[in-house]
Design a protein around this ligand. Structure first.
Ligand SMILES: Nc1ncnc2c1ncn2[C@@H]1O[C@H](COP(=O)(O)OP(=O)(O)OP(=O)(O)O)[C@@H](O)[C@H]1O
Ligand SMILES: [Mg+2]
Length: 372
């Protein structure tokens, strides 16, 4: 081979090697090839000295030598020292190992490989973004049908109440509703209106948070008092499912937070525990804990809500904090899939966070942490 051709091969942006003889000794290995194999001197050495018998490349070369069929791999994965820092990493190559023949005999193998790792990784990233988008679109479609259904339910009930009131007005006075009956009808209508207001508030929250317009009113409040209030409000709906709310919040935990937002978070957590808690007892606790993460050490306020219900599979535990994401079927449990998303947005706006610990069938514990 001419000097200048060799020099071009040496500097080529592809890994190139020629090996000859029964032991496949290196007769040529350019710079990139040598670096990928760890940078040791290769010339004149046998394949078996350079690569252990489990190495993929060695198996491929031996098969080409034995069978005489070229090996052509597209985006083939190899474990190599791709960055030249001594560390083995997965990398992708378009690779050809071509048998070299003299007459019928196979006398060696030529290897030519182009590193396509950057392209493959970029494509993998694109694919995962596309899958993510696809899932988000599906979640939104699901949300739209759930939301219309959720809005329709109280609206239908409300319409029935109003129609029956209307009919009553048109009847003869003695056939009209009594004051007692009227009160019951109006109470029922009021409950439906409240449910509608709640749903619309949740939807408004989403657009506000999305636009970065969550209003927070920082003031000195006692987390234990807020949680106690929420638990008191939750006793009736809890009893309806058979759950008892147990509260451990005897000591005040005071900090500068937003009262109504904290109330909203705890309300979401408690109502989830009631909804998904399978009628078993629910424990609510307020406490202060020391923590350390990395360089940060300190104390923070915590409120935890623990149920013993259906629990959440590990694969769903991150997802349920996203918008519209639910881990239950909408036929079994009504809901918009917004409660946890809003709650975490609020927690983070206040400088805190929410975590979940759970196992399927064993219940779930959600903990709100707030900075002191
Ligand atoms: N305590 C819990 N136990 C088991 N699963 C839970 C619990 N809390 C939440 N989940 C799961 O997380 C999902 C998301 O909860 P999130 O509160 O955001 O929405 P939701 O309860 O479905 O609807 P809503 O927006 O009305 O609160 C739920 O659909 C459910 O699958
Ligand atoms: Mg909820």
């Amino acid at each position: 081979m001419s000097e200048s051709l060799l020099r071009h091969l040496e500097d080529a942006p592809a890994a190139i090697a020629v090996q000859r003889g029964p032991e496949l000794r290196y007769e040529l290995a350019n710079r990139l090839y040598g670096r990928l194999l760890g940078g040791a001197e290769l010339m004149g050495r046998a394949l078996a000295e350079v690569l252990p018998d489990w190495a993929q490349l060695r198996r491929i070369l031996e098969a080409v030598q034995r069978d005489g069929h070229p090996f052509i791999g597209r985006e083939h994965r190899f474990l190599v020292d791709r960055l030249g820092d001594g560390e083995l990493r997965d990398a992708y190559f378009d690779v050809i190992c071509q048998p070299l023949r003299e007459g019928d005999a196979i006398v060696g193998v030529l290897t030519f490989a182009v590193d396509v790792t950057t392209q493959v990784e970029a494509r993998q990233r694109m694919e995962s973004v596309a899958a993510e988008l696809q899932r988000a679109v599906e979640a939104r479609d699901e949300f739209l049908s759930v939301a219309s259904h959720e809005l329709k339910t109280p609206l239908t009930a409300l319409r029935l109440q109003v129609q029956s009131l209307q009919r009553s007005v048109h009847r003869a006075p003695e056939a009209q509703y009594s004051a007692e009956q009227l009160r019951a009808k109006f109470d029922a209508a009021d409950r439906q209106v409240n449910r509608l207001v709640e749903l619309i508030d949740a939807l408004l929250d989403v657009s506000r948070v999305q636009a970065g317009h969550m209003d927070v009113n920082l003031e000195e409040i006692d987390l234990a008092a807020v949680v106690t209030e929420v638990v008191e409000r939750g006793r009736t709906p809890a009893a309806a499912t058979g759950s008892i709310l147990k509260l451990d919040a005897a000591t005040p935990v005071v900090g500068r937070w937003d009262r109504s937002r904290v109330d909203q978070v705890i309300t979401n957590l408690v109502s989830n525990a009631i909804k998904y808690g399978g009628g078993k007892p629910i424990d609510v606790r307020v406490y202060v804990e020391s923590f350390s993460d990395g360089d940060n050490q300190g104390r923070r306020a915590a409120a935890s809500v623990t149920d013993h219900g259906i629990g959440i599979a590990p694969a769903d535990q991150a997802r349920i904090f996203e918008r519209f994401e639910r881990a239950v079927s909408r036929t079994s449990y009504a809901g918009l899939g917004l409660g946890l998303w809003i709650s975490r947005q609020i927690a983070e706006t206040l400088g805190g966070t929410i975590i979940v610990e759970s196992a399927p069938g064993a219940g779930a514990r959600f903990t709100l942490f707030l900075p002191l």
